[in-house]
Design a protein around this ligand. Structure first.
Ligand SMILES: Cc1cc2nc3c(=O)[nH]c(=O)nc-3n(C[C@H](O)[C@H](O)[C@H](O)COP(=O)(O)OP(=O)(O)OC[C@H]3O[C@@H](n4cnc5c(N)ncnc54)[C@H](O)[C@@H]3O)c2cc1C
Ligand code: FES
Length: 580
């Protein structure tokens, strides 16, 4: 059963510590009696009810790791079996053991906890690299199972794709499209792996005409095209224009007058804002708000009370000044299709969806377009006329604008549609088409509630896309929740290494050689991070590197997408700016 284990100053709630049992045990659809998982997001459930690992692999690891202490269950498995090697067992195979009938659903998912259990942090990567992941079983018929019973094969899975082969397809370079298509024809393959295979297939299709790298099946960040230029380059401010009381736009062009590379509608750039007086530059990201494909960019900045960069820009930036900018990045982009598009924003969150509206208008798209925007009142409503003109230019578009506190100067039916917040409740009642792709940007609470409401209303969760103007939600599997702490400099003496800039967090930290990886440095600063294997296999920690370079140790099992890095196994090789 799960237990709390201290680890790196935190507490992991994990069921990886298994003990051998004697006598029969009842195997049920979700679990074996007496067994449990600590983190149901990554383990357990119907598709991952029983984890299997092979004695033959025990012998392999004893030799490979020079260990003689590998007792049954040390790999976190429920059944330690003789036979059933990963390169023979196929997804969809059915086996009878005792009274119960099982079906193979997927390979083991790579995760740091097996390394924690074994005292070998590289274990998650080694299981993949040595093609010995083990696999999960679904329980088709419940019943009692006991050690030493025979394992009788009842049928082979369609496509005869082995556990080892499909693991290789997802985690290692060099899969073929035919392999992915075969995997998708196996009904027994768990929905999670089906989803990863579908994403791989989409990436393969896009790659035929494009140039993305890395494994999209592991992380959406890998689907983005490589950045248009490395590091930062100077852009010239060509125009400064007020959009509302607190938002102003900057027009940006290449310093040498050449056209800037086209960004995808929804992408953002990262800029260095140099404070007066020579302090270290502030690094901030801004979505491109203008029409894509014009050879120039526009960003629109909301002046935050006490906001360092926004106030600096408003006070000191002038036409003709240079702003150091990293290339457009981001996967919050308008996807192609014929289905309806819902663009939902609040406040300055309008910027990325406005770029999408521009793109739809430029293409004279016949798609159904819904523009839903929430503002406080007319003085805080950026792009009011611009968005109205774009909607009017589209054959099949409509706009609904909500003012939460309209003033006497605001005209109902002209400036705004309703005096209300753009809330989850409104979204449910407005009659949106359920086959739409929805793009949301605004305050975190707005996006959480509206996302939930859209899915509840009937939109497919995979079609609800969000952009966060700050740190994304953390993924820290199995770690017990602790009180949220604002990002800060790490405790102890400052490091003497190159500067590491966390762009989303707005934190610059000197690298400290006491840290094993950029991930550990981010954790020491309480910067929200996402990880799972911590050893270069799963790509959960993949993110954009705006500038600089890193050294890997160990090398990633499959390299990340171009312009991205894996922070769990890398250290900076000079100054770096991370999209974190
Ligand atoms: C992908 C992405 C896209 C983005 N797109 C846009 C965009 O299109 N437009 C846009 O305006 N922003 C955008 N942002 C946000 C932007 O990068 C900045 O985070 C934002 O402008 C705030 O920066 P700042 O330096 O002005 O504020 P910071 O100094 O970083 O302060 C952050 C917040 O803390 C508050 N604060 C700071 N100091 C104090 C204090 N002493 N007391 C009380 N409160 C304080 C500020 O009011 C502010 O709300 C985007 C961010 C990301 C990650
Ligand atoms: S956490 Fe798995 S690759 Fe970094």
């Amino acid at each position: 059963m799960p237990q709390d284990v201290p680890w790196h100053g935190r507490t992991v709630h994990t069921g990886v510590y298994k003990q051998t049992v004697t006598g029969p045990r009842m195997v049920r659809r979700l679990n074996i009696d007496g067994d449990g998982q600590g983190d149901l997001g990554g383990h357990g459930g119907e598709q991952r009810a029983v984890l299997v690992y092979q004695l033959d692999s025990y012998r392999h690891w004893e030799k490979e790791l020079g260990r003689d202490d590998l007792a049954p269950g040390v790999f976190g498995e429920n059944f330690t079996v003789a036979g059933l090697p990963d390169d023979e067992v196929c997804i969809g195979d059915r086996y009878r053991i005792g009274e119960a009938l099982f079906e193979v659903t997927q390979p083991r998912v790579t995760c740091y906890r097996v390394g924690l259990r074994m005292g070998e942090p590289r274990m998650a990567a080694l299981l993949v690299a040595h093609h010995r992941p083990g696999f999960y079983l679904r329980v088709i018929e419940e019943g009692e199972v006991e050690a030493a019973q025979d394992i009788v094969k009842e049928s082979t899975g369609p496509e005869a794709m082995t556990v080892e082969e499909i693991d290789r397809v997802l985690y290692l370079p060099g899969h073929t499209r035919e392999q992915v298509e075969r995997a998708l024809r196996i009904p027994a393959l768990s929905p999670g792996w089906q989803g990863s295979m579908k994403t791989l297939l989409e990436q393969d299709e896009n790659q035929e005409g494009g140039s993305s790298t890395g494994s999209a099946g592991l992380n959406a960040a890998a689907t983005a095209a490589p950045p248009a230029w490395p590091g930062f380059r100077p852009l010239t401010v060509t125009r400064i224009h007020p959009e509302s009381r607190s938002v102003f736009s900057l027009g940006l062009a290449a310093a040498d007058g050449s056209p800037l590379p086209e960004a995808l509608p929804g992408q953002f750039i990262t800029v260095k804002v140099q404070p007066e007086g020579g302090a270290a530059p502030l690094i901030r990201s801004y979505s491109l708000s203008g029409a894509p494909g014009t050879g120039a960019y526009r960003i629109s900045v909301k002046v935050e009370p006490h906001g360092a960069a926004s106030n600096e820009l408003r006070a000191h930036i002038r036409v003709g000044d240079h702003l150091e900018a990293a290339a457009p990045r981001g996967t919050f982009c308008l996807t192609r299709g014929d289905n309806p598009v819902v663009l939902l924003s609040a406040g300055v969150g309008a910027t990325p969806v406005l770029a999408m509206l521009h793109s739809l208008a430029r293409d004279q798209s016949s798609r159904q377009v819904w523009w839903l925007h929430g503002a406080r009142d007319g003085t805080e409503h950026p792009f009011a006329q611009e968005s109205r003109d774009l909607i009017a230019a589209l054959p099949n578009a409509r706009a609904t604008v909500y003012y939460s506190r309209p003033t006497d100067a605001d005209r109902l039916g002209v400036d705004y549609t309703a005096a209300s917040r753009l809330s989850a409740d409104v979204v449910r009642r407005i009659g949106l088409p359920t086959d739409a792709d929805a793009y949301l940007c605004g305050p975190a609470a707005f996006m959480d509630s509206v996302t939930a409401s859209l899915v509840d209303y009937g939109l497919d969760a995979s079609r609800v896309h969000t952009e966060i103007f700050g740190s994304g939600a953390a993924i820290t599997p199995g770690i017990k929740a602790a009180a949220a702490t604002a990002p800060h400099q790490p405790a102890g003496p400052a490091g003497s290494g190159p500067q590491v800039s966390f762009a989303r967090t707005g934190l610059n930290v000197p690298w400290n050689d006491a840290q094993e990886s950029l991930l550990e440095l981010a954790e020491a600063c309480d910067v929200p991070v996402r990880w799972s294997c911590r050893t270069g296999v799963c790509h959960t920690c993949e993110l954009a590197l705006m500038s600089g370079a890193v050294d890997y140790s160990p090398d990633p099992v499959e390299p990340p997408g171009e312009g991205n890095i894996l922070i769990c196994c890398s250290k900076p090789a000079g100054e770096v700016v991370l999209d974190l």
